[in-house]
Design a protein around this ligand. Structure first.
Ligand SMILES: C[S@@+](CC[C@H](N)C(=O)[O-])C[C@H]1O[C@@H](n2cnc3c(N)ncnc32)[C@H](O)[C@@H]1O
Length: 256
């Protein structure tokens, strides 16, 4: 039986998030219990990601109610509870792609930072980064982010704030800004604009339904125009499949 799922956690304790029709759930549970002894809880997806916090809509169908885990990704650890925060282990490769672009002495802003996987990936890959600032509106995510920064001994490099990005102030200007909120991130382009140093690079995630991503480009440019903001796109990349006929994309750009 093929079970579409994510396993989040460690060899000692993991949570499986499965995406099967409800009538196949029992068979899937049996299979997972046989194959993955370290899985202590099984969550069934019952909808998409929801609300401002973008948490996966799931229900516990087997195992422990304690779904907090420590996930190992590359050479760092991420403590989190998938019932309370956004996290996707599938984005590990994308985090590495971004981390490798960061140069020494950069100040980096990670908007919509969740439990801080981007910030930690960057700080591990670029030891000479000057500072990374994380902002997320979900208090629980920022509490985990703060714990994760300590867990990975990166207190001297990463700062975490629980704020609506739009309300954030006094953070200074940045060389690089990461905007991993694909559904509505482009609506914060004015915030990125006022937080960017001259020549700063912005990595914005979005959703596209066209082969050349022109639908997302138009949305972004139209929105930017409302604020009189002009951009120069450096690169457009497909990140992953998102939904039938929709892909997640990343646009790298600078402000003109
Ligand atoms: C798609 S998740 C990405 C989380 C994290 N960057 C990651 O890759 O695991 C988007 C995050 O944006 C946060 N968020 C949504 N709207 C926000 C806002 N206006 N200000 C700050 N954070 C926001 C949510 O709480 C959520 O943690």
């Amino acid at each position: 039986m093929r079970i579409p799922m994510d396993i989040i956690g460690s060899k000692e304790k993991a949570v499986a998030v499965i995406d099967v029709p409800e009538e196949q759930a029992e068979a899937a549970v049996e299979e997972i219990r046989k194959r993955y002894k370290h899985v202590k809880s099984i969550l069934l997806k019952i909808g998409g990601r929801e609300g401002v916090y973008r948490i996966c809509n799931t229900k516990l169908i087997w195992g422990s109610q304690d779904t907090e885990v420590i996930h190992k990704e590359n050479k760092y650890l991420l403590k989190l509870d998938p019932l309370r925060v956004y996290f996707s282990p599938r984005e590990a490769t994308e985090r590495q792609r971004i981390a490798k672009l960061v140069k020494p002495n950069e100040r980096v802003l990670v908007m919509f930072s969740g439990v801080a996987p981007y910030a930690i990936a960057i700080a591990k890959a670029q030891k000479d980064v000057e500072e990374i600032v994380c902002v997320d509106i979900n208090l629980v995510a920022t509490q985990y982010a703060t714990e994760n920064v300590k867990l990975n001994k990166l207190d001297d490099k990463i700062k975490v704030y629980c704020w609506d990005v739009r309300e954030a102030s006094g953070l200074g200007k940045f060389d690089r800004i990461i905007m991993p909120l694909p559904e509505t991130g482009y609506q914060y382009i004015d915030v990125a604009h006022r937080s960017a140093k001259e020549h700063a690079i912005i990595h914005l995630y979005g959703i596209s339904e066209t082969k050349d991503f022109s639908d997302f480009e138009k949305k972004l440019k139209d929105y930017a125009q409302r604020f009189g903001i002009k951009i120069k796109i450096l690169r457009k990349s497909k990140v992953s499949e998102y939904a039938p006929h929709k892909v997640k994309v990343r646009f790298d750009f600078q402000f003109l």
